[in-house]
Design a protein around this ligand. Structure first.
Ligand SMILES: [Zn+2]
Length: 270
């Protein structure tokens, strides 16, 4: 019994030391900036899809999602909105301690029914990227009333196009339609033009990023693995995808705390 506890303690200590080393290594890499500024922050932008009891990798069980939000809450994380992130990346505007940007892609109904109450419980808000052709039309997705209710409670909505096609496969005019029509519909329904965009399937290239900028969006999110920081391209901001797995929490924890280093070492991959 005692020996077993000792082993567990030893393993835990090793993990903690490893993570501390990892975070120091991560900090050193970004803090070598010319201006010598002290507080350089890399922001985790978490990327979720569904929060429901469906056993697929894109869907976390509500209990798993709750566990992760509770971890963030108990460890002092504060959810920020994309505007705060962009103000930090562009102008160095200050962020709260331990900022995290929580995002969802596609706009599933369970974001409203399951994730929203959990986020509220911990005082968090999130940013949700909508596929406008599905809102209020497909019962698996939210409707505009639900979206408006969340918007009134501090949630931010971005565009994820009209039809959820990989825009790198489309002609430039089609891409522009997807970008502009989704923006117009959101503006009609929500009263504000969406400022942020997430690439469906994560597919982007220099040309599509430029079209996103021309369509009037201020920033765009990829599913490229990493944290947002000084080196980030505003039209290709890294995120940390969170999936259901056999070890959902442990994977979440490693990805959140040491993702950049672990990724470089090839220890975790998408
Ligand atoms: Zn999507």
């Amino acid at each position: 019994m005692g020996q077993r506890r000792l082993i567990v303690k030893g393993v835990s200590a090793a993990i903690v030391i490893f993570l501390m080393a990892a975070s120091v290594a991560g900090t050193r890499e970004v803090s070598g900036r010319q201006d010598g500024s002290e507080r350089v922050v890399e922001i985790p932008v978490l990327n979720y899809h569904m929060v429901d009891n469906i056993n697929i990798s894109l869907s976390l069980a509500p209990t798993q999602f709750d566990e992760q939000m509770r971890y963030l809450y108990e460890n002092g994380y504060q959810s920020i909105n994309p505007e705060q992130l962009i103000d930090y990346l562009k102008y160095g505007k200050e962020l709260p301690n331990k900022p995290v940007l929580i995002t969802f892609d596609d706009g599933y109904l369970d974001n409203y029914t399951n994730a929203y109450p959990i986020l509220k419980k911990y005082g968090f808000t999130a940013t949700i990227f909508l596929v406008t052709s599905l809102v209020g039309k497909d019962p698996r997705f939210m409707n505009w009333d639900e979206v408006r209710e969340m918007q009134q409670n501090g949630f931010v909505f971005g565009s994820h196009t009209v039809n959820h096609l990989a825009i790198t496969t489309l002609a430039p005019q089609q891409v522009m339609n997807e970008l502009v029509e989704s923006s117009r519909e959101m503006e009609r329904e929500l009263g504000v033009r969406p400022k942020y965009f997430a690439y469906p399937t994560g597919a982007y290239n220099r040309q599509t990023a430029e079209l996103v900028r021309q369509a009037g969006y201020e920033a765009a999110f990829t599913i490229r693995y990493g944290r947002a920081g000084a080196e980030s391209n505003l039209y290709a901001i890294e995120r940390i995808p969170i999936f259901r797995s056999s070890k959902t929490f442990r994977s979440f924890y490693y990805r959140l705390t040491a993702a950049p280093l672990l990724e470089r070492l090839g220890i975790i991959r998408n």
